[in-house]
Write a protein that binds this ligand. Structure first.
Ligand SMILES: *[C@@H]1O[C@H](CO)[C@@H](O)[C@H](O)[C@H]1NC(C)=O
Ligand SMILES: *[C@@H]1O[C@H](CO)[C@@H](O)[C@H](O)[C@H]1NC(C)=O
Ligand SMILES: *[C@@H]1O[C@H](CO)[C@@H](O)[C@H](O)[C@H]1NC(C)=O
Ligand SMILES: *[C@@H]1O[C@H](CO)[C@@H](O)[C@H](O)[C@H]1NC(C)=O
Ligand SMILES: *[C@@H]1O[C@H](CO)[C@@H](O)[C@H](O)[C@H]1NC(C)=O
Ligand SMILES: *[C@@H]1O[C@H](CO)[C@@H](O)[C@H](O)[C@H]1NC(C)=O
Ligand SMILES: *[C@@H]1O[C@H](CO)[C@@H](O)[C@H](O)[C@H]1NC(C)=O
Ligand SMILES: *[C@@H]1O[C@H](CO)[C@@H](O)[C@H](O)[C@H]1NC(C)=O
Ligand SMILES: *[C@@H]1O[C@H](CO)[C@@H](O)[C@H](O)[C@H]1NC(C)=O
Ligand SMILES: *[C@@H]1O[C@H](CO)[C@@H](O)[C@H](O)[C@H]1NC(C)=O
Length: 668
């Protein structure tokens, strides 16, 4: 009822393994009593929460019907006999528990889930373990952060044949031995991350036939020489000190679906089981690729294998023959040391959909494929037949060879952020898409010609100087990021080819003035970011686009075209306008947009002849800032003019009279 394992199992079978793990976690978390207020009332006796109540001991007179009891975050040090025959879940985490009397749990016949994390269970291990031994029906146990040693854990895991879920994060385990799980062979999920484990005896996990998920992240393991856990679906060895991961070849099926070897010291690709179901492989933050060429990397890995297996000679390319059978869909190789793209090895992964190759040191993707013996002059064309998402950001790339681009037959997303890739001019295009032949391998610009499946392209921060007309010819891009190319000039017609397909365009931080930015009429465009330029007028072609998001922050705009904004206001949901130099008194456009459309109106300012003020402030009393100022001004001018006129008139009249008299007088 409370926690159905069969439901979790069904979910696990249906979902991908990663999903399964997440689901299981969240259901486990959800089911711990986390209710704060409602608990103390006797109206809901099956659940009581005393979380954070300054308790120094377990409260007396607990309702005997209680099924879930939360005593976490108190100061309880000792536990005496609890008589709660209905209790199924007990949370004692974050107390100071160091003594549990031997019979404490004897009257808890139905207890299934016990949380003892963040206590001091490393003391009085003798009596504490006797107490724990009596709850043989326990299914889930959390012993994290208790300072536990190997011996203590072994004692705590006695008589736990129904234990299914064990968590021991942040203890002091150093060695796992065969005897540790001897009496808890039903375990399905074991989490022992953040310990000091440097050695795992053979036979420790092999007998746990139900084991699906094993997390050993954040330990100090140096090598896995003979991986043998056929039953495990999820293995996390992230943040150890692993230098190698090797499986001895056999004909048995391994259930492994997710393998995390990230943040280790691997120099080579792991030698995975030959027959496997591996779909997610995390190798980020290692040192793979340090060796110069792909060929030497592969042969070193094979040499290592035969060395570990005590074979005298390298019989065959075991790395490649096993990788070829891997149904991998996701591979993360970011933050490694590749200077060459390992095209041959990666092209063996025929199911691979996502490849993260960001933050390596590629510089050039050349095509150093071993040629066919029959045609040594022609490099072979290989393919990445399922690859949809390729992340190459931050590689210092200047050059992608045409055969490489040609290999990307299914590519949808290409991230080239923070490289120095230059785009071909239309002249380059006239030469056509280069073939595989070596005569074309000196094309140093990036041609899109054949990337017809490409939908999302990120060219942020590539120091692109010029966007030539028809740069994106033949592609049907949906989103394009050209941000932070600080000297870029965009020619008229540069986006012509993707005019009807483009839905999102980013040209932020390009230091462009309005004359550098010519946009065609783009009838599908819904998102446009142009912040951080020197634009003083918006391209009038924007009127074509059903923009829902428009970012024009940090430009040099004084006003916005009234009829353009009127056209845009129909679709706009979020418009960002702050950090411009708007004239308050030329802001007719402002009333076309309401507050919910202007996402950052609180930060936006405008100026009048006398001062700067926020748009919100201005909009409260628009009359008093502009109209009046101008009225007063005109009025004053008028009054002064009138006054001057009257004075002059009076003076003239007076003068005439005086002068006439004078003249008469002088003449006489
Ligand atoms: C045990 O309690 C801690 C909080 O102290 C929590 O983080 C952890 O998830 C709980 N364990 C389980 C199995 O729910
Ligand atoms: C193991 O658990 C069972 C059932 O609760 C109990 O009868 C038995 O005494 C326990 N064994 C030990 C050694 O405590
Ligand atoms: C493996 O463990 C690390 C460290 O705890 C964690 O960050 C990572 O997400 C885990 N990997 C997977 C695939 O779950
Ligand atoms: C690739 O890895 C980098 C660095 O960890 C990360 O920022 C990026 O989102 C990843 N890309 C993909 C497609 O997963
Ligand atoms: C480089 O390309 C040009 C024309 O695009 C060609 O004439 C020249 O021979 C090529 N150079 C090499 C070394 O392939
Ligand atoms: C990358 O390739 C281009 C063109 O083939 C060449 O000019 C350049 O020197 C290469 N750079 C490096 C670092 O290999
Ligand atoms: C922006 O462009 C101006 C000239 O238009 C130039 O003086 C300035 O250095 C550029 N700024 C950056 C960051 O490139
Ligand atoms: C304002 O926008 C309209 C339609 O987008 C355009 O026809 C007109 O020329 C623009 N006016 C100015 C002054 O830019
Ligand atoms: C703001 O304008 C949009 C589009 O014209 C409209 O959908 C929305 O209801 C308006 N919101 C308010 C609060 O007036
Ligand atoms: C208004 O702000 C601008 C910069 O945004 C500044 O140059 C100007 O001096 C300010 N004017 C007044 C009156 O404060």
């Amino acid at each position: 009822m409370l926690y159905s394992y069969t439901a979790a199992e069904a979910a696990a079978a249906a979902a991908a393994a990663q999903g399964m793990v997440k689901d299981m976690f969240s259901s486990l978390l959800l089911l711990w009593p986390l209710s704060y207020g409602l608990a103390l009332t006797h109206a809901a006796p099956q659940e009581q929460s005393w979380n954070n109540h300054n308790l120094h001991s377990v409260p007396r007179d607990l309702d005997a019907r209680v099924r879930r009891l939360d005593l976490s975050n108190n100061f309880i040090r000792q536990l005496r006999t609890l008589v709660l025959p209905s209790l199924e879940q007990l949370d004692l985490s974050a107390n100071q528990l160091d003594f549990i009397s031997e019979g404490a749990f004897e009257e808890l016949a139905r207890l299934e889930r016990l949380n003892l994390s963040r206590n001091a269970m490393n003391t009085n291990v003798g009596s504490n373990s006797k107490a724990l031994r009596s709850i043989s029906g326990l299914r889930s146990l959390d012993l994290s952060a208790n300072g536990l040693t190997d011996e203590a854990v072994e004692l705590y895991l006695r008589n736990k044949s129904s234990l299914d879920w064990l968590k021991m994060t942040g203890n002091a385990l150093t060695r796992l031995s065969r005897s540790m799980f001897r009496e808890s062979k039903g375990l399905r999920i074991i989490t022992i991350d953040d310990n000091l484990i440097s050695f795992i005896e053979e036979g420790t996990f092999e007998p746990l036939s139900q084991l699906k998920k094993l997390n050993l992240a954040r330990n100090t393991l140096v090598r896995v020489c003979n991986f043998k856990l056929h039953q495990v679906k999820y293995l996390n060895l992230s943040r150890n000190s692993l230098e190698s991961f090797v499986t001895r070849e056999d004909e048995q099926m391994y259930e492994l679906e997710i393998l995390d070897l990230s943040f280790n010291n691997l120099l080579y690709f792991p030698v995975v089981p030959k027959m496997n179901r591996l779909r997610y492989l995390h190798l980020q933050n290692n040192m793979v690729g340090t060796l110069d060429s792909e060929a030497s990397m592969v042969s070193e890995a094979n040499y290592l294998y035969s060395h570990i297996m005590n074979e005298n000679t390298v019989r065959k390319n075991i790395l490649h023959s096993n990788w070829r059978l891997m149904p991998l869909v996701f591979l993360d190789l970011s933050y490694n040391h590749f200077r060459q793209f390992p095209a041959e090895t990666l092209s063996l992964l025929s199911s691979l959909q996502v490849l993260n190759f960001s933050h390596n040191c590629l510089q050039n993707i050349t095509w150093n494929i071993r040629p066919f013996h029959s045609h040594p002059e022609n490099p072979r064309q290989l393919y990445f037949p399922s690859l949809k998402h390729l992340d190459l950001q931050s590689n210092g790339l200047t050059h992608l060879s045409p055969p490489f681009l040609k290999a990307l037959t299914q590519i949808e997303t290409l991230n080239l952020k923070d490289n120095t890739v230059q785009l071909c001019t239309s002249m380059d295009h006239l030469r056509g898409f280069p073939s595989v032949g070596p005569q074309d391998s000196n094309t140093s610009c990036f041609a899109f010609g054949k990337l017809e499946t490409l939908k999302h392209l990120n060219l942020e921060g590539n120091n692109i100087k010029t966007l030539h007309p028809n740069t994106f010819q033949k592609s049907s891009l949906v989103s394009l990021n050209l941000a932070r190319n600080t000297h870029m000039v965009m020619h008229e017609g540069a986006l012509e080819a993707v005019r009807t397909t483009l839905q999102s365009l980013i040209v932020s931080g390009n230091n462009m003035s309005s004359s550098d930015l010519t946009l065609p009429c783009m009838p599908a465009l819904t998102q446009l970011k142009m912040s951080g330029n020197h634009l003083d007028v918006l391209p009038s072609s924007l009127g074509c686009s059903p923009l829902t998001q428009l970012d024009i922050r940090n430009n040099a705009l004084h006003t916005l075209n009234h009829s353009l904004i009127k056209a845009l206001s129909v679709h706009l949901k979020h418009m960002y306008i702050s950090r411009n130099h708007f004239n308050c008194c030329d802001s007719k456009w402002l009333i076309l947009l309401n507050d919910s459309q202007l996402a950052d109106i609180g930060d936006a300012e405008c100026f009048t002849s006398t001062r700067n003020l926020t748009l919100t402030e201005y909009l409260k009393t628009p009359m008093s800032h502009c109209t009046k100022v101008q009225d007063v001004h005109i009025g004053q001018t008028f009054i002064i003019a009138l006054f001057v006129f009257v004075i002059i008139a009076a003076f003239t009249v007076f003068c005439k009279k005086l002068c006439c008299t004078d003249t008469t007088f002088v003449v006489r």
